[in-house]
Design a protein around this ligand. Structure first.
Ligand code: ZN
Length: 70
């Protein structure tokens, strides 16, 4: 399972970049069209109109130690 490095998104309507920095850190953009939540535990997204209104900016840690299945 990949670890979340950055839980963030940008609103296309107001241009606001919102980032959830810790679990239950609920952050809404200026125009209240979209929000991010979950910090580094999980990605939660919400939007008032359409998921197309937000640009996904989340990053993950690449887990290079991931072992192949035996
Ligand atoms: Zn907005």
């Amino acid at each position: 399972m990949r670890k979340i490095k950055r839980n963030a998104a940008q609103c296309r309507l107001c241009g606001d970049i919102i980032e959830s920095r810790y679990t239950h850190d609920f952050v809404m953009c200026k125009c209240k069209s979209c929000f991010v939540d979950g910090g580094h535990e999980y990605l939660r997204r919400g939007f008032a109109h359409s998921p197309d209104d937000m640009i996904e900016l989340s990053e993950y840690y690449e887990d290079e130690k991931e072992k192949p299945e035996k």
